[in-house]
Design a protein around this ligand. Structure first.
Ligand code: DGL
Length: 243
């Protein structure tokens, strides 16, 4: 089916998901909805967040998308339930902190780094409850201001926030779960402060899930060429490229 895959995030974070999906599905075409006018999502209250994410979803659906990928942990943990209830015929794929992956791989000291909204969400609590074994410790830490600093490419602020996080975490985690799609963009900085920790994020799982659901629903495209149309709410421009 020649319709597009719609991808939504509050900014550049979702490109980490987009590139993984494109690797698996090069013959699809994409629309990337970059809601940078409303960045950061992680510091919005619930009502605001529901409203702005819904606007993005409506935009993607009215622009010929066959499936919606929330390439954002904040939008997923806070909004996906309501979106599925409202847009009953739409397939949504979310991005959640990869707590299950960390627990299944038997890491002992697990640190989850995510936005304030994601850390405070019921869904994050559920993920811990469902997956944590008795011998495992899961510590949650809020990357306050971090996604926005990444969005702005403010290197000084990124270093300041990471230094502060390193101070707050009084142990050496075995693994860090990156529960925000902006964070893989600064993976080297994170590794600098947490030298011995493994790092995981949910992007591979999201990409596999997109492929699986398109196959199951007979929605795969064989005629696209990986074209991406970008729509930025801040700049209100649309551009295209095949990268
Ligand atoms: N990249 C998003 C996430 O995964 C949102 C970050 C933000 O806007 O606060 O949570």
């Amino acid at each position: 089916m020649n319709k597009k895959i719609g991808i939504l995030d509050s900014g550049i974070g979702g490109t980490t998901i987009l590139s993984k999906i494109k690797e698996l599905l090069p013959k699809e075409d994409y629309i990337y909805y970059k809601d940078d006018k409303n960045n950061p999502y992680g510091e919005k209250n619930d009502d605001e967040l529901q409203k702005i994410v819904r606007t993005g979803v409506k935009f993607l659906l009215s622009n010929d998308c066959k499936i919606i990928v929330l390439a954002c942990n904040t939008a997923t943990t806070k909004c996906i339930k309501n979106l599925r209830a409202e847009f009953k015929n739409t397939i949504f794929i979310g991005t959640e902190p990869a707590i299950k992956v960390a627990c299944d791989n038997n890491y002992k000291d697990i640190l989850v780094l995510a936005t304030e909204a994601t850390i405070d969400s019921k869904r994050t609590m559920e993920l811990i409850k469902q997956n944590k074994k008795d011998y495992q410790e899961v510590t949650l830490i809020k990357g306050k201001g971090l996604a926005h600093a990444i969005e702005m490419n403010n290197k000084e602020e990124i270093t300041r926030i990471l230094k502060d996080i390193r101070k707050q975490v009084k142990f050496n985690p075995d693994v860090i779960v990156l529960g925000c799609t902006h964070y893989p963009l600064i993976i080297d900085d994170i590794k600098y402060f947490f030298k011995n920790a493994d790092i995981i994020d949910g992007s591979d799982g999201v990409a596999r899930q997109v492929k699986r659901l398109l196959e199951e629903n007979n929605l795969l495209n064989s005629k696209g060429n990986g074209k991406v149309e970008y729509f930025s709410t801040k700049e209100k421009y649309a551009s295209q490229n095949n990268n």
